[in-house]
Design a protein around this ligand. Structure first.
Ligand SMILES: [Zn+2]
Length: 71
């Protein structure tokens, strides 16, 4: 039976790698149950480790770099 993609499925996990947006040599990554859950941690990491300003543009980059993966 083929596995169908269901974007609105509540149990999809999300993951994010810092190097997709920030410095390529940063190996920090995070995963969680939703974008809303990990976003604050991504912002905190960016601020504390890279002195990144988290503005709307940065959020867009982060948003497009967050990967959904099946649980
Ligand atoms: Zn980083």
């Amino acid at each position: 039976m083929p596995i169908t993609e269901r974007e609105e499925h509540g149990k999809d996990k999300v993951s994010f790698r810092c190097s997709d947006v920030g410095p390529k040599n940063c190996e920090w990554q995070i995963s969680g149950n939703s974008e809303a859950e990990i976003m604050p941690k991504i912002e905190q990491h960016g601020r504390e480790k890279h002195n990144m300003k988290i503005d709307e543009d940065t959020r867009k980059k982060v948003h497009s770099a967050i990967h959904k993966k099946a649980a």
